[in-house]
Ligand binder design. Structure first.
Ligand SMILES: [Zn+2]
Length: 349
């Protein structure tokens, strides 16, 4: 038996650097606060000193592909780094706020990109999909979960302004794999590849200094999106996500966590407790809503009334609802039924 060591969540700094600003966070690690033009208004990127100052830096994550973000990075290269070279770019995963400028940075600096395979592929598929009309399979997915044809048409038209508009990714990359040991930023790191939020999301753990560069796998204040999307209509990502939390709980309780959104903190196990409780709460709320056969959209209205009333948040709210509904099905707490018309409904056992 291990005595449970709970460490309260303590932020390393009470406030982030200003938008576009940098802050020396830990020895050899600089925090870059990159603004985002989304509801989520920032992403944390990291500059790691590769040994002494003559040896340049490693960059982790880029922000979205926006003119202002490019200007910010240009300023960082010229002023913050004062000409020190960038040795490599690592991206935790393929979401546009992390990888949006990877291709641009690699071309501009002549460096290599290090990523996991699935995360390098995914944004390229999204770029290709975005060039074509919405597929019949995608339309069928939304229709099966209760969206009207008019709502689907509207969604199709608004894809032109969707955030998945990355600069093209580099055509080659260095693949990172789970449990691999890598050296960068003057430290040795174990690559921890986990699912749930993205299929092959990479976090980096330095045992010697007790630092976890968590990416989006663990965030300080919000819960990472765990959703079922049209590309994998029968996925059950919540089990993957909860498994990743169990895995990360094996790291020491006093690990310093550097999340991609929010503030760096200590108190990993307490944060994992909170994230697990958050999903438990959602599962109970959803199970309660399933007293009669209900489709995904109806359940999303019950679970996320604010998001469903807001503009442009239907897909995310539906995706999160389905992730929890499919988890209840997997745990035999709910039944999934497909009608003759293809409509999918869920009802609790
Ligand atoms: Zn993400």
């Amino acid at each position: 038996m291990h005595a449970k060591v709970d460490i309260e969540i303590r932020y390393l700094f009470d406030a982030p650097p200003p938008p576009g600003g940098t802050l020396a966070l830990l020895e050899g690690i600089t925090w870059v606060r990159v603004p985002l033009p989304f509801v989520l208004d920032h992403v944390n990127c990291w500059l790691l000193d590769d040994g002494d100052k003559a040896n340049g830096v490693t960059v982790i994550d880029t922000g979205a592909d926006k003119t202002k973000t490019r200007e910010l990075w240009e300023q960082i290269f010229e002023v913050t780094l004062a000409g020190r070279k960038v040795n490599r770019l690592l991206c935790t995963h393929g979401h546009p706020d992390h990888v949006g400028l990877a291709g641009w940075m690699v071309d501009k600096l002549g460096i290599e990109l290090h990523m996991t395979l699935a995360e390098w592929l995914a944004p390229q598929i999204w770029i290709e999909e975005g060039k074509r009309p919405m597929s019949a399979a995608t339309r069928g997915f939304f229709r099966s979960h209760g969206l009207t044809d008019a709502a689907i048409d509207k969604m199709d038209q608004s894809r032109e302004t969707a955030p998945f508009r990355n600069h093209p990714l580099p055509t080659s990359f260095i693949r990172m794999r789970d449990e691999e040991m890598v050296s960068f930023g003057g430290r040795r790191w174990k690559v921890l590849v986990n699912g749930g939020h993205a299929d092959e999301h990479a976090s980096f753990y330095c045992k010697d200094d007790g630092i976890l560069i968590a990416g989006d796998q663990i965030l300080s204040r919000i819960s990472p999106v765990v959703g079922v999307f049209p590309s994998q209509p029968r996925a059950e990502p919540l089990s993957d996500y909860l498994f990743s939390l169990k895995r990360l709980r094996k790291l020491p309780a006093d690990t310093i966590v550097l999340p991609s959104h929010g503030l760096p903190f200590r108190g990993l196990h307490t944060r994992i407790d909170q994230l697990e409780a958050h999903h438990d709460g959602r599962l109970i709320a959803l199970w309660t809503l399933m007293d009669e056969p209900s489709d995904g959209i109806a359940l999303a209205h019950g679970l996320f009334p604010k998001a469903m009333a807001a503009q442009g948040q239907t897909v995310m709210a539906l995706a999160e609802t389905l992730a929890h509904a499919e988890h209840l099905v997997a745990k035999k707490r709910a039944k999934r039924h497909v009608g003759n018309d293809g409509r999918v409904t869920y009802m609790r056992w």
